[in-house]
Ligand binder design. Structure first.
Ligand SMILES: *Cc1c(COP(=O)(O)O)cnc(C)c1O
Length: 238
């Protein structure tokens, strides 16, 4: 790693920290109410661990293969590893026991498999339910209208704990549109919290990425997932 890359990561880390603190205060919360998770796809473990040495405590990968190939190199003494990408049921067994939380559970089938593999490995796996807030055909996530039913079906599954919701809104051509999705998502989050479903907690609302994490926090996010603003533009060729 070059000296310049390290300096960039340090500068970016501090800048993001400051903006998260500012947004938290503006939202009437404290800095510690917001979790800063770094999306680490395409990023070298060395660069990830440098960010951890600066204080980063949560990292997230979105591909099973990449997570497994980097797994032995992360500094997991000092950071929690999560899975944030689309997950196929047949790959669940490869990551259960390795990740602390899976953000992208969107079906009964997938939840059942996470439960089954968690029982087998004698671990508990925290999960978030991914919501397809934009109603896009091509996107994963459960439809908002199906959410309560889904939670009801999985609430008694063994060795999994639902901790909240996650979304990836559609790419928007205006700030207002993205804010509408965030606020729709926050309303769903509050609504479900109020229902007090057994074994389901609504502590985490994971939304907001590099371009919009500040706005997401103002709209109720308790966790943001930031990649390129921290590590620089991704180079998929590397
Ligand atoms: C890559 C990724 C992010 C972060 O994206 P940036 O725009 O680089 O901040 C967040 N969430 C998920 C699920 C991702 O795959």
């Amino acid at each position: 790693m070059t000296e310049k890359l390290l300096r960039d990561i340090e500068y970016n880390y501090k800048t993001i920290e400051e903006r998260i603190s500012e947004a938290a205060l503006k939202a009437g919360k404290k800095r510690e109410d917001i979790t800063f998770l770094a999306a680490t796809k395409t990023v070298d473990p060395e660069a990830i661990n440098y960010a951890i040495s600066l204080g980063l405590r949560y990292i997230g990968e979105n591909k099973v293969q990449e997570l497994l190939s980097k797994y032995d190199f992360y500094d997991l003494e000092n950071a929690s590893l999560q899975f944030i990408g689309h997950l196929q049921s047949n790959k669940v067994r490869q990551i259960v026991g390795k990740v602390d939380l899976i953000q992208s559970v969107d079906s009964v089938k997938l939840a059942r498999e996470v439960s089954k593999q968690s029982v087998k490995n004698n671990v508990n796996t925290d999960i978030l339910i991914e919501v397809n807030i934009g109603g896009e055909e091509s996107k994963s996530g459960t439809e908002p209208e199906r959410l309560v039913e889904l939670l009801d079906e999985i609430k008694d599954f063994e060795n999994i704990s639902v901790k909240g919701l996650m979304c990836i809104p559609p790419i928007c051509d205006s700030q207002q549109k993205i804010l509408n999705f965030f606020s729709k998502m926050n309303n769903i989050f509050i609504d479900i919290s109020g229902k007090k479903i057994d074994n389901i907690s609504m502590d985490i609302l994971s939304m907001g990425m590099s371009a919009d994490y500040y706005e997401a926090i103002l709209s109720g996010a308790t966790m943001v997932r930031v990649g390129s603003s921290l590590f620089g533009a991704r180079n998929y060729q590397a």
